[in-house]
Design a protein around this ligand. Structure first.
Ligand SMILES: [Fe+2]
Length: 210
């Protein structure tokens, strides 16, 4: 999970990421506590974004070169991941008690499942065939380093402590997040007038890319 980067085959490493996200979704499905569900959704957000950034940086450039239809495949996967991040942003603006919340989580789960199937059924077997073990290990090392540089908390933008705070203030939705200490926060066009805090997915991505 975290700590010193370890050498792993990139395919194994990214497959383990997929399992981790699926477990978080399972935790969400089996939890009835709104605060816990919100926390799990934040964890899912961070996991999905850092997985996306790692794949964009290290996996898809290789896919483009190594697979005969690599450009098409990489574009398709990146579109799915963008869609997942868009849904995560929408989810963040809703209260967990909102009827639309669960429907959106299901939509997110479907998109993520499609991503996982696309990679595990098509891309990863191709990479196992077309790359040498050394090449896959070298890529895995870079992905491992990227992951170890990712903060799990505090999240960029000062969402630290929202978990406990959130348990008591769920009714406030995005408006209730009082502790804004994100100096780089600006209205990036994603707001709907409810909050000037940008979605967590966007802030995590910015942090990782910067
Ligand atoms: Fe993936």
């Amino acid at each position: 999970m975290t700590g010193m980067p370890q050498q792993h085959d990139v395919v194994d490493l990214l497959t383990a990421d997929h399992r981790e996200v699926q477990e978080l979704f399972e935790g969400y499905r089996t939890s009835a506590d709104p605060g816990e569900r919100r926390l799990l959704m934040e964890q899912i957000t961070v996991e999905i974004v850092r997985h996306s950034v790692a794949e964009e940086q290290y996996l898809y450039p290789t896919v483009r070169k190594a697979l005969p239809n690599g450009d098409e495949v990489a574009e398709q996967e990146m579109e799915e991941l963008s869609e997942a991040e868009r849904i995560l942003g929408d989810l963040e603006r809703l209260d967990t008690a909102d009827r639309r919340f669960d429907a959106l989580v299901r939509e997110l789960y479907d998109v993520v499942s499609m991503h996982i199937r696309g990679e595990e059924d098509v891309i990863f077997p191709e990479l196992r065939e077309r790359l040498t073990p050394e090449e896959r290990m070298a890529l895995g090392l870079r992905v491992g380093e990227a992951k170890s540089a990712t903060p799990t908390e505090p999240y960029p933008g000062g969402t630290q402590g929202r978990g406990t705070q959130g348990r008591g203030t769920q009714g406030g939705g995005t408006q209730g997040r009082g502790t804004r200490n994100n100096p780089s926060s600006h209205s990036g066009g994603v707001g709907d007038g409810v909050s000037n805090e940008r979605p967590l997915a966007e802030r995590v991505r910015e942090w990782l890319s910067g």
